[in-house]
Design a protein. Structure first.
Length: 265
């Protein structure tokens, strides 16, 4: 059996905690270090008694880095790990909307002779979209619809009382790049769809605050030489973070299990 027994998990919030729970009894995958900001180390150590808690990824003795922390963690932890030759699995795909970061990730992975894997996270059909791109895509549209409370603490609050919304309201319309930069905790999927498809600048994105939904609803419409598809995901949010869909956790665990499974799907 292939195993990965020295995993560093970056971030111990809604996704990280749920990933740890699902991996607890997995004989092939073991998280040995959990990385959180220095000020969160004491709380994390209480929540994760079985793993070491650190503020940096150890420079030696780590086989795989898994990021479930947020955009800042890519520059801070993923780039240096790649350059050292450690493969990385990344959930905060929207970070690649920052100018030059995708190129820096590629350069670090080349220098370390390793690979960074971007997980699909809360969205499906990334395989279909990335395959369709090979034949040529004409248009890709992404719409993200979440309850008003999921947009708290974001630019959607500017000039708007989210609690007072009585109908679905478009809070953003533009490119995937702008969406991911403005909504780092809500528009990672916009970046993922665009990186698999037409790119950050040509993918049309609409973000909607909708008091009539209790789910995180993601819609992708794509057209190209392959034909066309429309996908709608109605994701249950995590209780610990209404911005984040539970599917993101399963997507991270699937990515890890596929790295050790004798038959991967
Ligand atoms: N690809 C996708 O479909 C999705 C991706 N995400 C990404 O995952 C991230 C985490 O989501 P949640 O767990 O729901 O957030 P959360 O806020 O519940 O947890 C974030 C955790 O990361 C830690 N953290 C923050 N910055 C850090 C840094 N620089 N270094 C180390 N630890 C750091 C925090 O202390 C906390 O433990 C989001 O910010 C987003 O970027 C979230 C949802 C979907
Ligand atoms: O989890 C979700 O539903 C999607 C999300 O937050 C993101 O795209 O950043």
């Amino acid at each position: 059996m292939t195993t990965i027994t020295r995993i560093a998990l970056i971030g111990c919030g809604a996704i990280g905690t749920a990933v740890l729970e699902l991996l607890r009894d997995d004989p092939a995958l073991r998280v040995t270090v959990v990385v959180v900001p220095a000020e969160g180390m004491a709380a994390a150590q209480k929540a994760v008694p079985d793993a070491e808690v650190a503020s940096m990824v150890p420079v030696a003795g780590i086989d795989l880095v898994v990021e479930t922390a947020g955009h800042a963690a890519i520059e801070e932890h993923v780039l240096p790990a790649l350059a050292r030759g450690t493969p990385c699995v990344v959930a905060s795909v929207g970070a690649l909307s920052a100018a030059g970061l995708a190129e820096k990730l590629e350069a670090a992975a080349i220098a370390g002779r390793t690979q960074v894997q971007l997980i699909p996270g809360a969205i499906g059909a990334i395989d279909a979209l990335a395959a369709a791109r090979i034949g040529g895509l004409d248009s890709v549209r992404y719409t993200g619809r979440k309850p008003p409370k999921a947009w708290k603490g974001t630019p959607a609050e500017q000039g708007r009382d989210l609690d007072a919304l009585t109908e679905a309201t478009v809070i953003f319309e533009g490119s995937a790049r702008e969406a991911a930069l403005l909504y780092p905790k809500n528009a990672n999927v916009a970046a993922t769809v665009s990186l698999a498809g037409l790119g950050l600048d040509k993918t049309l994105v609409r973000l909607i605050a909708d008091p009539a939904t209790a789910e995180n609803v993601h819609t992708v419409e794509a057209e190209g030489a392959f034909g066309s598809f429309e996908l709608t995901m109605r994701n249950k949010p995590l209780a610990a973070n209404p911005k984040t869909s539970a599917l993101t956790v399963y997507s991270a665990v699937r990515a890890l299990r596929n790295r050790v499974a004798p038959l991967a799907i």
